[in-house]
Design a protein around this ligand. Structure first.
Ligand SMILES: Cc1cc2nc3c(=O)[nH]c(=O)nc-3n(C[C@H](O)[C@H](O)[C@H](O)COP(=O)(O)OP(=O)(O)OC[C@H]3O[C@@H](n4cnc5c(N)ncnc54)[C@H](O)[C@@H]3O)c2cc1C
Length: 283
């Protein structure tokens, strides 16, 4: 049985009145500051207490500006995938009756390559991730909030995923993404079909050399080359452990051709370096 059906059944056994598709506009107080009711559609509805459960504030650019100022760092790469009716009304109403609003920048921004404005969360753990200085800064297979927080801490809160033609063609969504995809709750960006489309649209850059790729990324070529060398060298040392575990093995990374700019979101620490899809470990 669905949660809503359980609630509906429970409600049918009480004298509770429901007002669906109605927006509560205001909490009303008496002269002593005690709650006397709410205003819904211009009408007063009396009550002695109000439980505010109006969700988040993602549907309000004003509340985002106020409570999530870190989002301004990524310009127009910010959008909201939740319920559009979550406009922070509860915050507004509570503040109007004297509540103290706390929690600035406590929300989690999620990573996206910005190919489409939809829910994505998990990037490729099989590609090299570098910042706008061309440096690797976190384990690519960290939890989505770890990657997001690590990107947030980088200059411009931006990162690039760098990979070669073979990784390009072998790209598969993370198993957790496939689960969400089956549930119709997510968009898949990190697959060859989308890469090919984005090559035309400029969301993915291509170059026959790392230096050429660095130029397209706006990244220092020498730094990116050094990062790639270290990355591939560290994988090479582990090759005996991972020989059969393509595409996380070494040589395929030697010629990097593609970089996708992936902007972001929130913080957290890099930690283990394992690649769950292949079982290999990265340097
Ligand atoms: C895409 C997506 C994926 C998520 N995945 C997960 C997950 O995997 N696991 C997890 O734990 N959480 C997940 N979450 C978060 C989870 O959905 C929320 O934390 C949860 O729904 C919050 O519940 P809530 O009752 O506080 O608010 P909501 O479910 O947002 O409900 C608030 C309700 O209040 C209504 N409302 C707003 N203002 C007014 C008003 N003035 N008058 C009357 N009604 C009003 C809104 O229309 C809405 O129906 C996800 C969220 C999103 C957007």
């Amino acid at each position: 049985m669905k949660i809503t059906e359980c609630l509906d059944t429970a409600l049918s056994q009480t004298s509770v009145d429901l007002a669906c598709r109605s927006r509560v506009e205001k909490i009303e107080l008496d002269a002593q500051g005690a709650v006397t009711g709410v205003v819904v559609g211009g009408e007063h509805v009396g009550c002695r207490a109000v439980v505010i459960a109006t969700g988040g504030y993602g549907g309000s650019s004003e509340w985002i500006r106020r409570l999530l100022p870190k989002a301004s760092r990524v310009g127009d790469w910010v959008w909201h995938v939740g319920n559009p009716t979550n406009r922070g009304d509860g915050l507004t109403m509570a503040e109007e009756v004297g509540a103290d609003i706390r929690g600035v920048d406590s929300g989690l921004l999620l990573i996206t390559p910005n190919f489409v404005r939809d829910f994505e969360v998990i990037g490729p753990d099989w590609a090299l991730m570098v910042n706008t200085q061309g440096r690797r800064f976190a384990a690519e297979d960290g939890a989505y909030w770890e990657i997001a927080e690590a990107i947030e801490a980088q200059p411009d809160s931006r990162a690039f995923f760098v990979f070669d033609r073979r990784l390009f063609e072998d790209a598969k969504p993370h198993p957790r993404v496939l689960e969400a995809l089956a549930a119709g709750a997510i968009t898949v960006s990190w697959v060859p079909k989308v890469f090919n489309e984005q090559l035309q649209k400029g969301g993915v850059h291509e170059s026959p050399t790392i230096a050429g790729l660095a130029a397209k990324m706006g990244v220092d070529a020498a730094t990116l080359e050094m990062t790639v060398t270290r990355y591939t060298d560290s994988l090479a040392k582990l090759a005996p452990l991972t020989m059969a575990l393509d595409p996380c093995t070494t040589s395929h990374i030697a010629e990097l051709h593609y970089g996708s700019d992936s902007s972001r979101s929130d913080r957290r620490h890099p930690r283990n370096q394992s690649c769950p899809r292949s079982g290999c470990r990265k340097g």
